[in-house]
Design a protein around this ligand. Structure first.
Ligand code: DC
Length: 227
């Protein structure tokens, strides 16, 4: 089974997807980390994120891979673990920019589909249920108010980025939402058959249980047993 979880920044996708993957013994796929890894390389090369030809050339010489362990997720860029380096607001913004290019999305989707072959994955991102895995048995669209999402992001980033304020984080989240929802290729949107969950005032455990319920429901429909 494929469990696809989409939604905007700070909605709680990673925490929920990781917990669901662990409970099911599935592979966890953080597709945002793949875009972040590429963005990190683009920044280091000083390339223009709007230059499709330059990005195409970087992509051809780039290997991005995700570790399979839901307990310790990692992303490898050209054989180097960049899991820590990509978790900054700046890399997030750059990831949002490079992910608007068709050439980038096409390559990432290919890699993601290859990783998802065989199923037993929980994949989170912006276009899992709409574009990459439209056949996913379980689709979830996870959202929360912008203020709540900004507070969560701020808590994650504050220790790493001491100068950062909550106001800046909120502006960052809003800017990223606008770009991710407004792009021409694979914009962030809820798939018609996705379950909508608002995590604004729900604890993580409740969201995890809600997703697991969906998995059980689908498994029963398909005659499979999930513990
Ligand atoms: O989930 P995240 O914050 O790590 O994602 C970083 C950026 O990558 C996000 O702003 C948009 C992009 N992204 C995407 O376009 N498609 C995905 N499936 C995942 C992330």
């Amino acid at each position: 089974m494929i469990v696809a979880i989409d939604g905007p920044a700070g909605a709680g996708k990673s925490t929920v997807a990781k917990a669901v993957a662990k409970r099911l013994g599935y592979r966890y796929m953080d597709t945002g980390a793949m875009y972040r890894a590429l963005a990190w390389k683009v920044m280091r090369h000083g390339a223009d994120p709007g230059d499709e030809a330059a990005l195409g050339s970087i992509l051809r010489n780039t290997a991005v891979d995700l570790g399979a362990d839901a307990g310790a997720p990692s992303v490898m860029l050209d054989g180097v673990d960049v899991s820590g380096a990509i978790r900054t607001a700046e890399v997030g913004q750059m990831a949002s920019k490079v992910s608007g290019l068709g050439v980038v999305r096409k390559r990432m989707a290919e890699l993601q589909r290859a990783m998802g072959r065989g199923g037993a994955v929980v994949a989170e991102g912006r276009d899992m249920g709409t574009v990459v895995f439209p056949e996913a048995e379980v689709k979830v669209y996870l959202d929360a108010s912008p203020e709540t999402r900004a507070r969560r992001r701020f808590r994650e980033l504050a220790a790493k980025e001491p100068g950062l304020t909550l106001e800046e984080t909120l502006a960052d989240v809003v800017r990223r939402d606008r770009r991710d929802k407004g792009r021409a290729v694979a914009p962030l949107r809820r798939a018609d058959d996705a379950v909508f969950i608002d995590s604004t005032s729900l604890p993580v455990e409740a969201v995890v249980e809600r997703v697991l319920q969906e998995v059980k429901k689908k498994s029963n429909e398909n005659g499979r047993i999930v513990s």
